[in-house]
Design a protein around this ligand. Sequence first.
Ligand code: C5P
Length: 241
Amino acid sequence: MNVAIVLAAGSGSRMRSDIPKQFMLLNGYEVIYYCLNVMQKSNNIDEIILVTKDEDIEYCRKEIVNRYLISKVKEIIPGGKERYNSVYNGLLCAKKRGADIVMIHDAARPLISQRMISDSIEATMSYGASTVAMPVKDTIKIVEENNDGIFGKTTPDRNLLYQIQTPQTFKIDLLIDAYLRLKDSGNYNITDDTMIVEQYTEVPVKIVPGSYENLKITTPEDIFIAENLLKKNIKKTEKNC
Ligand code: C5P
């Protein structure tokens, strides 16, 4: 069974808004609605676990899941202080429900597609772990800071650099095992789940092509960009009908 864990327990301080970014409106619909709608229609996702703040559970049930008839959402559970705490709560719940494969996705990425979901599941069935990613477009620098400010130090080879997105998809036992090792190590300097698999297992994470459109709503200008990308995609679908 393939279970999606949708993460919506962040507060999004970079958005400068009282409403968490996953519940802000994009063309009249909440940001989180878009990924749930794609997953609801996917033949590759059997169930969805929604992870949100305690105080937002009832809102999610009434205003998102019931209102938009997202029947694959089987549990709405509380997240934790950091993203990895929210993922771990989702993982325990998915294991209890009998998941074989888990797909972790940021609710703040509304431009996930059916193609990304099916490619990720296929890659994970073959390799155990996968993430959606794209080659970086800009030159990236390692910097160092001294009393005069920030200075460039070295420049990694751009051909070897990818920007990592979600969905990230894993055989569940592999990811739980990696999380248990992370707990033992006590070193929580991590930003996503592929990092945990890299550090605590021998399994290389397969890179699946994502899209430059698959942005994470983070700062106010992302709302404008995402609204226009979503409008363009609707027009494209209408043209193909
Ligand atoms: O803050 P950031 O942009 O990295 O958050 C990525 C995703 O993780 C968002 O969808 C956010 O709601 C979620 N998150 C979470 N629990 C946290 C922090 C972030 O579910 N403690």
